[in-house]
Design a binder for this molecule. Structure first.
Ligand code: GRF
Length: 191
């Protein structure tokens, strides 16, 4: 069973999943492996980590496509080369077309850095601090056509501390992301 992970930047969640798949021997235990890492940015730092692990990578620069649909079609073609049982969005910063979401219905997940349904969208940590939240966190969810609104698969909570900057809170949440995302992916792929 192949997992394809989509990234746009540092890919720390992708790295956590790759490391968990190796440490947890997913290939032997579940017949599962991370088959490819695909990015919409050729300068995504996570691509280098994937290459270090000899995981096939691809980068499709969305700016070279003349429509969202054209980009998504090329992205689907690249992803489908690996016949994925699961497509994992990990810091993938693109809004996906309904056609893309439909194509991967039931096998598409994402991680969002807030305790959904609070703070869908961007700048979640700054918004939580400005709202005076005492707690923040992250949510792993299935992806549906409505942004950040699919079935929740897991969440983790962290305290918002006095004087927290968005960066400090982001780091605290990210550490939890790296804990819950690999566990959800393994649960889904082992099923
Ligand atoms: C993280 O905050 C994640 O929740 C969001 O993208 C950010 C960077 O993730 N989806 P990564 O380090 O690229 O995995």
């Amino acid at each position: 069973k192949n997992i394809v992970i989509l990234i746009s930047g540092s890919g720390s969640n992708m790295a956590a999943i790759v490391n968990a798949s190796l440490k947890g021997r997913w290939a032997e235990r579940h017949g599962a492996r991370v088959a490819a890492v695909v990015s919409n940015r050729s300068d995504a730092a996570g691509l280098a980590m994937a290459r270090e692990h000899r995981i096939p990578t691809a980068a499709l620069d969305h700016k070279t496509f003349d429509s969202r649909e054209a980009f998504d079609a090329a992205l689907m073609a690249e992803i489908d080369r690996h016949h994925p049982a699961l497509v994992v969005l990990a810091g993938f910063m693109r809004i996906l077309t309904p056609g893309f979401v439909q194509h991967y219905a039931g096998r598409l997940v994402n991680i969002h850095p807030s305790l959904l349904p609070a703070f869908p969208g961007l700048h979640t940590h700054r918004r939580a601090i400005e709202a005076g939240c005492r707690f923040a966190g992250c949510t792993v969810h299935r992806v549906t056509a409505e942004l950040d609104h699919g079935e929740y698969l897991d969440q983790a909570v962290v305290p918002v501390l006095p004087g927290d900057t968005p960066e400090a809170l982001a780091a605290r949440v990210l550490a939890q992301e790296h804990q819950i995302y690999p566990k959800v992916v393994e649960r889904l792929i082992a099923a």
